[in-house]
Every structure is written in structure tokens, then in C-alpha cells.
Design a protein around this ligand. Structure first.
Ligand code: CA
Length: 411
């Protein structure tokens, strides 16, 4: 697949995240006005709400609702119709070009809002390297992978209320802390606050009952970058036997743009070879991961940005389709706007680990930053930024940045 050229020159630049091949969906606000549905294209946002108001697009007024849920609920035929109509509007010089040009807003002038209403949020644990690294630190390398891990895409039910859009500040949490050498727990600010580099799958089709593995991918509307902020010290004390609770409830940041499954289609890759054969209901009939290069960067207060890690979504052991299939095996209903976190994405090398916990190996090997400072975990004032893009031939399908700055704990 090669670049689809647009009459909008900035969309043809090889380094833009938003060529015509991408067309990701977000919600933007100009000057404090209510949010409007928009599509990123080059250095601009196409105000599709304005185009629906003008009658250039017609999707049952869902584009004027200020969030993408209602449009997602129209279903896959509408998803593909909007994508082809946008492609035509932005590539061909038609009589509508003047109207389309008038609906372009410079990206630099807007504030991004949540692209969709998160109805439910589930977080998985599906990168083998990450599970092995964390398990090694918490339980030792012999017991690193829990006995179920190679059979089940394990996860926990998170909090939709804590999902925030990129650019939202995050406050250091307080909670119960008890180190391995402490006699009793105490209450205070987390001292081991961390990020997790993930991809979030956005469910676009509501369902009741089990979803067959062959259907699961088609129910996923698109993907966002996802940073699952995690308090490791709170987690270590609370997590057994019911899994994480307060350690994961502070905030989860997502990118402002939903990159659609359709845009990622050319970048499909298979899941890795199975170490143990999966049960039949989880066996996929085709490649269900994507080749998406990912990175984590840190910017200390007043400092410059530095990349800490580079990895790839293809490192996952389980795909979002397998997670969705497993999630519904019990009959669990899915709603439009259900968000499924992939789990931290870590590669095999130190430089490809998706959390500071792994990068600093639990604080035993602090990360050296430019200028001579070090980090084991996040410090107040640090800004963490995730980026990701699938690299095509002369173009990239990117997510924009997913950033968040850590504020001190409440005094
Ligand atoms: Ca996570």
C-alpha cells in the first residue's frame, strides 16, 4: 500500500501521522466551545460535524453529537461508508472542495477532548515479555508466568471513570503502602508511580453473549494509545488474590485520536507461535496483531524530552480479538465504547520495555537521563509521552501523542 495523495499538501508529508490513509477520529474544541467530531488530516482537523450540518455528509446526524459513540453504533457499513466518502472528499477535486476547505481547522488552534464516551474499561496482561519481567520481580523467575497465562488472556475490570484524554494532568496517588521489610502498612503518597505503554481497542458493536473468534475483530472499531498509570507500591501490597484495584484507579490516559481498524488493515501481522496450543475458542483464522512501532518518552520539569523505550504492538501474545472473544465467553455483554487495554507492551530487550518498573528493574538499575539525573519511577513534574505509528511505504499511520504530566500528591 502506498500514500493516497490529498489536495491538502500537509497530508502528503512523509512524517505526518495523518495522511489520507489514516483518517483517525477525534473530538476537538475551539476557544472553549463544546466538542465537535473531527478527522485528523495533515496539520488540520476536518470538522465533520460542520459537513453533516451542511449536508455534505449524512450519517443520521451522529457526527453532530460531539462524541463518536453514536456513529460507532451505526455499524460497520456506516464505518466503511464514511471512510470512503472522506477519502473522496479529500483526494478528488470536486464541487464540494470549497465546502470541505472551509471546514478545515488548524490542529494547532484546538484543544482535544475525549474522542468517545468510555462505557466500560477492561485491562489485560497480554505481553509475554512484560508478564515474565513483572512476574520475575514479584515472584521470582521460576514462577514468573502464572500457570494460567499461556492459556487465558488474563485481565481485570477497570474503571471507565478514570480514563482521561491526552494532555490531562495526573495527580500522584495516595494509598496503603507496605514494603517487604515493613512490619505494618502505612498511608501516604505512592513512591513507585509508573506508566504502562499499551494499545486500547475500542469496541464499536454492542453484543450479548459469546462472540466467536472469527467475528471478534469485526466488532472492534479502532485503537488508541493507552497509558495505564500504575502505583507499583500500592499494587504490590493489594493485588493478591483479586488483582489490581487502587493501584490502577488513578488515571488511564488515551490518545485523542481513534485510529480505525480499517486504517491499520495493511499492517496486520500474526500473533507469535503458541508455546502451548490454545483451546479452540481462542484459535484465530488469520493474522490479528498489527505492526505498530511504539515509544515512551519522558520530559522532566523544565527539561528536554528523551525517549526511554521503543517497542512494537506485534510483541503481544494475545490480540484484541482474542481478548474480546475471551471477555464475552461468559456471556458478558459488550457496549459501544467498551475499551480493552492490551496490557503493557514490552519487547525482549531492555530498551524495549514498556514500563519504568521494567526499565529500572524495580528501581535496582535506575535509568540515566541526559544531564546526569536518573529515574527509577516517575517524579513530580515529569511529563510522559507515548507515540505510535504503523510505517507504510512513504507514509505513516500514527496516533498523535498521548501525554500526561504528573502533579504532586494532594497536600
Ligand atoms: Ca495495564
Amino acid at each position: 500500500m502506498s500514500l493516497i495523495t490529498s489536495w491538502l499538501e500537509s497530508a502528503n508529508a512523509p512524517d505526518t501521522d495523518f495522511p489520507l490513509n489514516n483518517l483517525p477520529y477525534g473530538v476537538f474544541s475551539l476557544g472553549g466551545a463544546p466538542g465537535r467530531c473531527g478527522v485528523a488530516i495533515g496539520d488540520s482537523i476536518l470538522d465533520v460535524a460542520a459537513l453533516e450540518e451542511a449536508g455534505v455528509l449524512s450519517f443520521q446526524r451522529t457526527l453532530t453529537t460531539g462524541t463518536w459513540n453514536a456513529f460507532m453504533a451505526l455499524g460497520p457499513a456506516a464505518w466503511s461508508a464514511l471512510r470512503s466518502e472522506l477519502t473522496a472528499l479529500l483526494s478528488e477535486t470536486t464541487e464540494t472542495r470549497a465546502q470541505v476547505e472551509a471546514a478545515l481547522v488548524p490542529m494547532a488552534q484546538v484543544r482535544m477532548q475525549m474522542p468517545f464516551r468510555v462505557s466500560e474499561y477492561t485491562d489485560f496482561y497480554a505481553s509475554r515479555n512484560h508478564a515474565f519481567n513483572v512476574g520475575s520481580m514479584f515472584r521470582g523467575p521460576e514462577n514468573a508466568l502464572p500457570p494460567n497465562w499461556l492459556h487465558i488472556p488474563i485481565g481485570y475490570n477497570g474503571r471507565a471513570s478514570s480514563v482521561v484524554v491526552s494532555g490531562t494532568d495526573v495527580r500522584r496517588p495516595t494509598g496503603q503502602l507496605k514494603g517487604p521489610d515493613d512490619d505494618a502498612p502505612r498511608f501516604g503518597p505512592s513512591q513507585r508511580f509508573d506508566i504502562e505503554l499499551e494499545l486500547g481497542a475500542v469496541v464499536g458493536t454492542a453484543s450479548e453473549g459469546p462472540i466467536d473468534i472469527r467475528q471478534a475483530a469485526a466488532n472492534i472499531f479502532g485503537y488508541v494509545l493507552l497509558n495505564d498509570w500504575s502505583a507499583r507500591d500500592i499494587q504490590a501490597w493489594e493485588y493478591q488474590p483479586l488483582g489490581p484495584f487502587q493501584s490502577k484507579a488513578t488515571a488511564t490516559s488515551i490518545s485523542p485520536w481513534i485510529v480505525t481498524a480499517a486504517a491499520l488493515e495493511p499492517f496486520r501481522v500474526p500473533t507469535p507461535e503458541r508455546e502451548i496450543e490454545l483451546l479452540d475458542y481462542l484459535k484465530e483464522d488469520g493474522p490479528s496483531l498489527y505492526d505498530i512501532a511504539l515509544e515512551v518518552a519522558i520530559t522532566p520539569e523544565g527539561g528536554t524530552e528523551q525517549v526511554l523505550s521503543r517497542t512494537n504492538y506485534r510483541e503481544m501474545y494475545y490480540s484484541a480479538a482474542q481478548q474480546l472473544c475471551h471477555h464475552t465467553a461468559s456471556g458478558c455483554p459488550m457496549r459501544v465504547g467498551d475499551l480493552l487495554g492490551s496490557g503493557t507492551i514490552s519487547g525482549p530487550d531492555r530498551e524495549s520495555r514498556g514500563s519504568l518498573l521494567e526499565l529500572s528493574w524495580g528501581g535496582k538499575e535506575p535509568i540515566e537521563l541526559d544531564g546526569g539525573t536518573t529515574r527509577s519511577f516517575i517524579e513530580d513534574g515529569d511529563t510522559l509521552t507515548l507515540r505510535g505509528a504503523a510505517e507504510g511505504n512513504g507514509y505513516r499511520v500514527g496516533f498523535g501523542a498521548c501525554t500526561g504530566k504528573l502533579l504532586p500528591a494532594r497536600g
